[in-house]
Design a protein around this ligand. Structure first.
Ligand code: G1P
Length: 294
């Protein structure tokens, strides 16, 4: 029997320097895409994928995230007394949504370090990691697509996407061979090697790791063993490279559109496209955009 993935870890202790000054007093995970904070998109993806327990790795100045997923009695009372039923339901849905635990990463020492902080809350079982900067719009949630692979191969799986050659140095890049799966050979890969943020000239491919992972608990031991890597940080990619010595790891080129909401351009694209898709805003917003002189 394959052990079920019940937990999703959300590293959320980064400093968000790319969005200063907005992130001076507010965590970047709370920046809204239309009207929902970034992290809520990731949390909803975990829930829709059948992963019910959320672990958020927070840092200093991140209490807004905890408040967001907590009950707000004052707000609920106010909305109730004013008869704002729909808004009340929206607000309640957030706090009812998750079974959430928090752990602290005192210093921002890298993604691998953040994942290691979740070790006690995860325990000795497979788990997932979601980076809320990577917002993925997909018919089947991206995490669910990875879980389907995990449930078949009982091995760690990372999300992959092809990126332009001149962008490889912003990502973890894999060297991988295609594997036949579900009647095709163009989505599933068996990973031979992983490199965090390589120069374009040394990159083994243009297949980049995107922020969704299914991991097994031996990654914690690996993260404890390895030394800091790119940028002087403890890298999850290096931890996976260490895991690869003892077991296979797969990569899945997921179906869906990914937005890099950790980047201003990507954030703006996501904002516009999500607004256009909204039933309550789309039509009006479309005609507004059409009227712009560009
Ligand atoms: C992290 C990972 C990297 C991955 C990327 C996906 O990098 O370290 O391997 O490709 O997320 O978004 P970051 O964007 O945090 O620098």
């Amino acid at each position: 029997m394959i052990e079920k993935v019940r937990k999703a870890v959300f590293p959320a202790a980064g400093l968000g320097t790319r969005f200063l000054p907005a992130t001076k007093a507010m965590p970047k995970e709370m920046l809204p895409l239309v009207d929902k904070p970034l992290i809520q998109y990731g949390v909803e993806e975990a829930l829709q994928s059948g992963v019910p327990n959320i672990i958020i790795v927070t840092g200093r100045g991140k209490s807004a995230i905890e408040d967001h997923f907590d009950v707000s009695f004052e707000l609920e009372h106010l909305l109730e007394s004013r008869g704002k039923k729909e808004l009340l339901a929206t607000v309640r849905a957030v706090s009812d949504m998750i079974n959430v635990s928090y752990t602290r990463q005192k210093e921002a020492l890298g993604l691998g370090h953040a994942v290691l902080r979740a070790r006690e809350l995860v325990g000795n079982e497979p788990f997932s990691v979601i980076l809320s900067d990577d917002v993925i719009d997909a018919e089947t949630p991206c995490l669910r697509q990875l879980l389907d692979v995990y449930e078949f191969y009982a091995a760690p799986v990372v999300a992959l996407m092809e990126v332009p050659r001149d962008k490889v140095s912003s990502y973890g890049i894999v060297d991988a061979e295609p594997v036949a799966h579900n009647g095709g050979r163009d989505r599933l890969y068996r990973i031979r090697n992983l490199v965090e943020k390589p120069n374009a000239s040394d990159a083994p491919s243009n297949l980049a790791i995107i922020g969704r992972y299914i991991l097994t608990p031996e990654v914690f031991k690996s993260l404890e063993t390895i030394e800091p890597g790119a940028g002087g940080e403890l890298q999850l990619t290096d931890g996976l490279k260490h895991v690869l010595r003892s077991r296979p790891i797969y990569g899945y080129r997921f179906e869906g559109r990914r937005y890099d909401a950790g980047d201003k351009q990507g954030f703006l694209e996501a904002t516009v496209e999500f607004a256009l898709k909204r039933h309550d805003l789309g039509e009006k917003f479309r005609s507004y955009l059409k009227g712009l002189t560009l």
